[in-house]
Design a protein around this ligand. Structure first.
Ligand code: MTE
Length: 365
């Protein structure tokens, strides 16, 4: 965490460091400053000197490679992408309000942030290694040790070969124009735009081309969607399905939940985001529990891999008012209304309508 940002971060755990910004801090910048960007770690943050860092590329390739940071910078075209990272546990607190999910952090809507990422295209690096026919998955391995796995194991994950060779997937060493900070994966991390944050492996050390998904704990056992009646204590490797693309979601960032406000026009602001090849088409806001809706204005389009800020100015009636939002994506899918309908035991992908409650008093009274 950067000095001076403590007041904007809600820290769920110190080590491993897990923290998210307050909703109002997140609303301030369309490109999230480093000190406000959420942090999600399964192990202690490793400290790696950039000059000692090496990346191995192996498995089903013609030319296994070992690259230094200088090699990456010299051998491959520099590329940039503005991309949102969203943790699969984003908005879990809304599921925990329905039914307890023990042992999991109660993330609000702040496990989502957006940056301008700079580095090399993973497709370019894989092309230099020369993938052999039959490769279906690209595995990532990092050095940080995750105690959640039994026995503890280094963090890892995989994505499909198609996603790995799509132009947006990158090896990153710059965040918002500066060297990638260690807490976000420096010297080098993977960024997989449009996929859940878990696939954007930090402190990447090894990339393996193979013909099956990773058997790492975070691919084979965690970050999988189980049915609501599954008993997580009895589930095993390969149960449920692995989470990949981010679901359509939105959040209300301003005003604060439980704010006390004067009656009259108030601006409601939030984000909406949909993974992979889906864009945000429309966001609606309601102040009467979803009986009537006002269409929000979509703010600047930061490109296909980024969230969309939105705002709407509504007249608030006096009393306890619930403000609700719902987003549509470009396939005309709309968010589900109730968290009960998306509840699942590890508490992933709560994309039900976001709602806040404010207390409105009469300014004239
Ligand atoms: N990579 C490593 N090596 N170790 C981790 O614990 N956490 C993942 C992913 N990459 C993780 C990792 C998860 S679950 C998320 S949501 C994102 O990193 C969070 O990235 P951030 O901390 O930069 O926000």
């Amino acid at each position: 965490m950067s000095a001076g940002t403590e007041h904007v971060m809600v820290v769920h755990e110190q080590d491993p460091y897990n923290a998210e910004p307050t909703p109002s801090a997140l609303a301030e910048h369309a490109l999230t400053p480093v000190g406000v960007f959420y942090g999600r770690n399964h192990g202690t943050i490793p400290v790696i000197a950039p000059q000692e860092w090496r990346l191995r590329i192996d498995g089903m390739v013609e030319h296994p490679l070992e690259l230094s940071l200088a090699d990456l910078k010299q051998r491959f075209a520099h590329r940039e992408v503005v991309a949102t990272l969203q943790c699969a546990g984003n908005r879990r607190a809304g599921l925990q309000a329905v039914r307890d999910i023990p042992g999991q952090h109660p993330w609000g809507a702040g496990a989502t942030s957006t940056a301008r990422w700079g580095g090399a295209g993973l497709a370019d690096v894989l092309a230099a290694a020369g993938m052999r026919p039959g490769v279906t998955d690209i595995e990532f391995e990092a050095p940080d040790i995750a105690g959640e796995a039994t026995p503890p194991q280094p963090y890892g994950s995989s994505i499909s070969a198609a996603k790995a060779t799509a132009g947006e997937t990158m090896l990153i060493w710059e965040m918002n124009g500066k060297p990638l900070p260690v807490e976000h994966g420096g010297p080098v991390r993977v960024v997989v735009p449009g996929h859940i944050g878990a696939r954007s492996v930090k402190w990447i050390e090894r990339i393996t081309a193979q013909d099956h998904p990773s058997d790492n704990f975070f691919q084979a056992s965690a970050y999988r969607l189980l049915p609501a009646d599954a008993d997580p204590a009895r589930t095993g490797i390969g149960d449920g399905f692995a989470l990949t693309a981010v679901a359509l979601n939105s959040a209300i960032l301003r005003p604060d939940d439980h704010a006390v406000l004067p009656s009259g026009p108030t601006t409601i602001k939030g984000y909406a985001y949909a993974g992979d090849d889906r864009g945000i088409a429309r966001v609606d806001v309601s102040v009467d529990g979803g009986r009537t809706w006002l269409q929000a204005e979509l703010e600047e389009d930061l490109g296909p891999w980024a969230w969309r800020f939105w705002h709407a100015t509504v007249g608030l009636p006096v009393g306890e008012v619930t403000i609700t939002a719902r987003a549509w994506d470009t396939t005309a899918a709309v968010q589900p209304e109730h968290p009960e309908s998306v509840w699942n035991p590890p508490g992933y992908i709560n994309n039900s309508w976001p709602a806040i409650t404010v207390s409105v008093h009469d300014v004239a009274g």
